[in-house]
Design a protein around this ligand. Structure first.
Ligand SMILES: *[C@@H]1O[C@H](CO)[C@@H](O)[C@H](O)[C@H]1NC(C)=O
Length: 185
């Protein structure tokens, strides 16, 4: 009950975009992000360093107000099978290299199916390839890591072992179990 009230409150105060099974026509998350300008380069010419929210949203949200406040931002709510988020550091400050590798490893660029990528600026001395693995049980982090390492050799750059930026389903269940058993004690 508390959860449902919380959700109703979010839907009134911030623009809410629905994706995948939560959206009437199953709109994909990356389509919505693209429409909102999420991936548009915004740092030193052609680089991407996190989303800077436009003052006015161009697309009408599925719920809530059409204007976003900077303090509250927007919310995306979707229902879809588990996605793994895996980032791979590239030891080069040449962003065009990261972007090229990101493109080649992604499904959009003709690389690994079910893999979406984004080249990122990461601090002052490296770049990163952020990967969304839409079917992590079919094409997992190992495959992506191998592919990126192969492409990096061709580009003459070094790559570090990647890391997950979200929890695995097993980890979430374990955390939940820990939480509920702590409450019982
Ligand atoms: C759950 O609790 C155990 C025992 O305290 C701990 O070792 C483990 O790291 C916890 N798991 C998570 C995901 O927090």
């Amino acid at each position: 009950m508390r959860k449902r009230n919380g959700l109703a409150l979010i839907m009134k105060s911030v623009p809410v975009f629905l994706y995948a099974a939560a959206h009437p026509t199953g709109k994909a998350l990356d389509t919505i992000r693209r429409e909102l300008g999420y991936y548009r380069p915004n740092f030193m010419g052609n680089q991407w360093a996190g989303w800077t929210m436009p003052d006015m949203l161009l697309e009408k949200p599925d719920e809530g107000p059409s204007e976003a406040s900077r303090a509250r931002g927007i919310t995306m709510i979707g229902a879809r099978p588990w996605v793994a988020l895996y980032n791979i550091p590239i030891l080069s400050t040449d962003f065009s290299v990261a972007r090229r590798i990101a493109r080649m490893v992604s499904a959009r660029g003709g690389g690994l199916p079910t893999v979406q990528t984004l080249g990122l600026v990461h601090g002052e001395d490296s770049t990163e390839i952020a990967c969304m693995l839409l079917e992590p049980n079919q094409i997992g982090a190992d495959r992506v890591q191998n592919q990126v390492e192969t492409l990096a050799v061709e580009e003459g750059v070094e790559v570090e072992k990647g890391y997950f930026t979200d929890f695995s389903p097993e980890m979430i269940i374990e955390k939940y179990m820990n939480l509920t058993s702590a409450q019982r004690d």
